[in-house]
Design a protein around this ligand. Structure first.
Ligand SMILES: Nc1nc2c(ncn2[C@@H]2O[C@H](COP(=O)(O)OP(=O)(O)OP(=O)(O)O)[C@@H](O)[C@H]2O)c(=O)[nH]1
Ligand SMILES: [Mg+2]
Length: 548
């Protein structure tokens, strides 16, 4: 709570209307913002006994908690005022002023016992305020204390009828301060001055005997001894007299009885110095939100018709706070994982090692913020949730690796795919070339760093997706190679035919020349063409016809 947000005036914390106790949201919202440890001082006592006046003094204000100037009871329910602690830095003083008890006129005394019990349960210092002297009448008026074991439980018990041993309460009950107002007697015994604490001690002394009368006398005294090991008493002389009493809050200190002013100051300084921070079972310090939850838990139990139980209230606190501690631990885990993991990790182990250190830190966050984690129920729940988060990170790691590898494969294999498209490998021997190129690119891919754990799987997936293309290239290669052989054979055949034809042509030409020479020689006596040449020409003609 920032300093400028301190409450300018008290507000109602628990309303008591038509026999119903209701927690006021506006007040719990304020408590939720008080992060400091709280010292809670509650005042309880008969109506019209100056309780609200004394609480204003503790708040360091002349007015605040509303004072009535008539004989009718004034304060209703429980009112709250959070102020900076005047003596303990970084602590908040929470003042709880309660409805006056025992006013038969107000018609709804039903909740008096609950208001008394709630003041005991919520405070670290419980002020019981009464008028006059501590006599039997004052003791009788304190009968609420004898009912505490019927209204409040320290530990849950299967049978509410069973009355709990009051020693269970001692550790969790507040310190007890009795303020005696308008005390007019002299604090002396046998002419010897005594302190107000000795006066209280004497008033609380038990009688010996077993009669009903002795039992009735002793009961409230026993209860006070049993519930409140630490007791203190302050006496106050009348502040002034006559009509001025009704205007007390308007009067300056110098208009009041000096003794009253001094007694009030010494009361306040005792409270500031000695009132402890509110604690609950297990040595847990109470701050605003915890006090808020205690109020809600106790009032809910009363409304349900159950007895408010201190241990259950602490378990309820543990439930709320440990769940919040789990959330904080999970958030911390997420944050540090995101900071430290560079997706995708080279190996799964790399990720698991980072997870282990983040998990350790998250557990520390939980342990620091949690309390009363019986059987480590909440810590076990945290472990399960951390495992789920770890699995989610593993999945992310997997996906990021796969994505990165796919992009890389596309990049590296693009030239090969382009080559395929352009028919670079659609030639005899193209398949061999293709395989060679593919192997080179696989090596290039394998050498690329930070591909993550899906590197091999994604490569295989890619290669499988290109199997058809590879097959097509192989088949094309085979088909083209066969055709080429055929063409070569054809060409060789054609060349042989051409050579033979050429040879035939030459023979024919030579034959013709000879014929012509023969003709000339017949004319001029040339000899006949030999039959051998004739036969050769015929053989060639046959051979050439065969070739074509
Ligand atoms: N005689 C006397 N009157 C006081 C004292 N302190 C306050 N008053 C006056 O008593 C009247 C009631 O005071 P409150 O402080 O409202 O008393 P209260 O106990 O809070 O009253 P309820 O809220 O009705 O229970 C006011 O007029 C006060 O001025 C005191 O020590 N002695
Ligand atoms: Mg009052």
């Amino acid at each position: 709570m920032a300093t400028d947000l301190w409450m300018p005036a008290p507000i109602c914390l628990i309303e008591n209307s038509k026999g119903q106790l209701t927690v006021k949201q506006e007040a719990t919202e304020i408590l939720a913002t008080v992060t400091q440890p709280v010292v809670v001082v509650a005042i309880v006592g008969l109506y019209r006994t100056g309780k609200s006046y004394l609480m204003n003094k503790l708040a360091g204000q002349k007015s605040g908690f509303s004072l009535g100037s008539t004989v009718q009871s004034h304060t209703k329910g429980i009112w709250m005022w959070c102020v900076p602690h005047p003596k303990k830095p970084n602590h908040t003083l929470v003042l709880l002023d309660t409805e006056g008890l025992g006013d038969v006129e107000k018609g709804d005394n039903k909740n008096d016992g609950w208001i008394f019990a709630l003041a005991v349960l919520l405070s670290s210092t419980f002020v019981y305020n009464s008028m006059g002297i501590i006599n039997q009448q004052a003791m009788d008026q304190l009968h609420y204390v004898t009912e505490l074991t019927k209204r409040v439980r320290a530990q849950p018990s299967p049978s509410t009828a069973e009355v709990e041993d009051s020693t269970n309460f001692i550790n969790f009950f507040p310190d007890f301060v009795w303020t005696v107002r308008d005390f007019t007697l002299e604090l002396k015994i046998n002419e010897q001055p005594i302190t107000s604490d000795e006066y209280l001690e004497k008033a609380l002394k038990l009688k010996e005997g077993t009669s009903d009368e002795v039992h009735t006398f002793n009961l409230p005294r026993q209860c006070i001894h049993q519930f409140f090991p630490k007791k203190k008493c302050f006496i106050f002389e009348p502040p002034t007299h006559g009509k001025k009493l009704a205007q007390l809050e308007k009067l300056h200190d110098n208009e009041l009885e000096a003794n009253f002013v001094e007694q009030t100051e010494s009361f306040c300084s005792y409270i500031f110095q000695h009132s402890k921070v509110k604690m609950v079972q297990g040595g847990i310090t109470v701050n605003g939100p915890r006090l808020q939850n205690l109020v809600l838990t106790y009032v809910e139990a009363i409304t349900r018709g159950d007895m408010p139980c201190m241990e259950n209230a602490v378990l309820a606190l543990a439930q709320i706070e440990n769940s919040a501690a789990i959330q904080r631990a999970l958030t911390h885990y997420e944050e540090v994982m995101r900071q430290r993991v560079q997706f995708p990790t080279e190996t799964l182990q790399e990720l698991l090692d980072i997870h282990a250190s983040c998990e350790r830190e998250a557990t520390e966050v939980f342990i620091e913020d949690s309390f009363k984690d019986v059987d480590q129920k909440f810590q076990k729940a945290l472990v399960i949730q951390l495992e789920a988060k770890r699995d989610a990170f593993c999945n992310q790691n997997l996906n990021e690796s796969a994505q990165r590898c796919r992009a890389l494969l596309q990049d590296i294999f693009r030239p090969l795919e382009e080559g395929v498209k352009q028919g670079f490998f659609s030639k005899p021997g193209g398949y061999g070339l293709f395989l060679q190129k593919k192997q080179e690119l696989i090596e290039k891919y394998n050498q690329h760093p930070r591909k993550g754990i899906q590197a091999e799987a994604t490569l295989q997936e890619y290669l499988r997706s290109k199997e058809d293309v590879a097959k097509t290239i192989e088949q094309t290669d085979q088909a083209l190679t066969a055709k080429e052989k055929e063409i070569v054979a054809e060409q060789e055949k054609a060349q042989a035919a051409e050579a033979a034809a050429k040879q035939l042509q030459e023979l024919q030409m030579r034959n013709q020349e000879r014929q012509e020479q023969k003709k000339k020689s017949q004319l001029g006596g040339v000899k006949e063409v030999p039959a051998r040449v004739e036969a050769e020409v015929n053989r060639w003609c046959k051979h050439v016809r065969k070739l074509f």
